[in-house]
Design a binder for this molecule. Structure first.
Ligand SMILES: [Zn+2]
Length: 341
C-alpha cells in the first residue's frame, strides 16, 4: 500500500492564493490554541498533559476505522468551543492561520452551532454572532481574505432543531453566514430522510444561502442521488462513493453539483485503503466529467495542510499541474463566500 507520506510534489507557487471550502471548526483550530481556550474557559479536557490532548484531538497516522472515531474527537473539540468567546477565537484562528500558513484567501468555516451552546444554555444567536464577528475581524487584519460561515445541521438532530439552524443561517446571511450543510452520523441501519428537509432547504435556496451536504463518504451511493434530488445542493461534501455507481455520478454531474474532496481524510478514515485505490476512484470520476474541489476536512484533525492535499493528488496522478490549478480556481469560483470588501 502506498503511504500518504510517500506521495509529494510541489504544485503551487508559495504565494498562489488557495481556496478551501470544506473544513470543520472542530478539526481546524491549532491544538495549542484549543488547549489554551479549554484552560481559559475552564472546560475539563479529561487529560492532564498537553501531549495526551494532542493525541486525543487528531486522527492517528495509521488512521481510524470508519467515521465514528471522528465523532469522538468532535465531541471534545465541540465542548471546548462551546461559548461565544471560544467560537470567536476558534473561527479567527482558522481563518488567520490558513492565510498565514497556506495563503488561503477564500475560506468557508463550517460548524454546528447547536453543538456549541451547552445543550441550549447559550443562545444560538450569540454563537453565530461570535463566528460572524471573527470573520469581520479577520477581514480587517487580512484584507485579501474572503471568508464565510457555513452552519451545519446534523443527521442525529430532530427535524425541528435542524429547521432552527437553517432559519439562523437565513437570518444571519447578511452578516457572514453564507451556507448550510447537513452532516453527522448516518442512521445504521436504515436510511436518512433527506426529503424531510426539502422544504427547509428550499427556503435557504430562496434566500440565496449556499447548500452543501455531506454524503457518499460511507453508506450506499444511491444516497447521493437522493440528496441531489431532495435538497438540490450546490456542492456535496466528499461524495466519493459515486465512483461505484455511474448513474448516480451522472445525476450529480447533470445537476452541476461540485464535489468537495478531502483525500487525506478519505485515507485516514478508511474510505479507501490505499492511495492507488483513491486515485482510481477520483480519476474515474474526473474522466466522467465530475467537477471537484480539494480541501482538508480539518487540517489539525487530519494532520495535513491544503497544499499537501494537492501534492498528494498530483503525486498520485489524479491531477496534473494544470488540473490542480483548475481545481483551485473552481473552488474560488464556487465558494459561497462574498467578494472581499
Ligand atoms: Zn467533512
Amino acid at each position: 500500500m502506498t503511504r500518504i507520506s510517500e506521495v509529494s510534489a510541489d504544485v503551487f507557487d508559495p504565494t498562489e492564493p488557495l481556496a478551501e471550502l470544506h473544513t470543520h471548526l472542530g478539526g481546524s483550530v491549532p491544538t495549542h490554541i484549543l488547549w489554551e481556550i479549554a484552560h481559559a474557559t475552564g472546560v475539563a479536557t479529561g487529560v492532564g498533559d498537553y501531549w495526551e490532548f494532542e493525541a486525543r484531538v487528531a486522527v492517528p497516522d495509521e488512521g481510524v476505522d470508519g467515521l465514528d472515531p471522528l465523532d469522538d474527537i468532535y465531541h471534545l473539540t465541540e465542548r471546548i468551543q462551546s461559548s461565544p468567546d471560544a467560537v470567536e477565537r476558534a473561527v479567527h484562528a482558522l481563518i488567520s492561520g490558513g492565510y498565514r500558513k497556506q495563503r488561503i484567501t477564500t475560506v468557508e468555516v463550517r460548524f454546528n452551532p447547536a453543538k456549541r451552546n451547552r445543550s441550549a444554555e447559550i443562545d444560538l444567536d450569540h454563537v453565530v454572532l461570535a463566528a460572524c464577528r471573527a470573520v469581520d475581524r479577520a477581514a480587517i487584519e487580512y484584507p485579501a481574505v474572503r471568508a464565510g460561515v457555513v452552519l451545519m445541521c446534523d443527521r442525529t438532530f430532530s427535524p425541528e432543531l435542524n429547521e432552527i439552524i437553517v432559519d439562523k443561517a437565513i437570518r444571519w446571511s447578511d452578516r457572514g453566514v453564507v451556507g448550510i450543510d447537513l452532516g453527522g452520523p448516518r442512521p445504521h441501519p436504515g436510511r436518512y430522510d433527506y426529503a424531510g428537509h426539502a422544504a427547509s432547504f428550499a427556503e435557504a435556496h430562496a434566500a440565496d444561502v449556499g447548500v452543501t451536504v455531506h454524503c457518499g463518504e460511507d453508506g450506499d451511493p444511491d444516497e447521493i442521488g437522493e440528496v441531489v434530488e431532495a435538497l438540490r445542493p450546490h456542492r456535496i461534501g466528499h461524495g466519493v462513493l459515486a465512483h461505484r455507481d455511474r448513474s448516480v455520478l451522472q445525476t450529480v454531474i447533470d445537476a452541476g453539483v461540485v464535489f468537495e474532496w478531502c483525500p487525506t481524510s478519505n485515507l485516514r478514515t478508511g474510505v479507501f485503503d490505499s492511495v492507488d485505490e483513491l486515485s482510481d476512484a477520483y480519476g474515474s470520476m474526473l474522466a466522467a466529467g465530475a467537477r471537484a474541489t480539494v480541501s482538508t476536512d480539518g487540517p489539525e484533525m487530519m494532520r495535513t495542510q491544503l497544499r499537501d492535499e494537492y501534492a498528494l493528488l498530483v503525486g498520485a496522478g489524479v491531477f496534473d499541474a494544470d488540473a490542480a490549478r483548475a481545481a483551485n480556481a473552481l473552488a474560488h469560483d464556487v465558494s459561497f463566500a462574498p467578494p472581499v470588501r
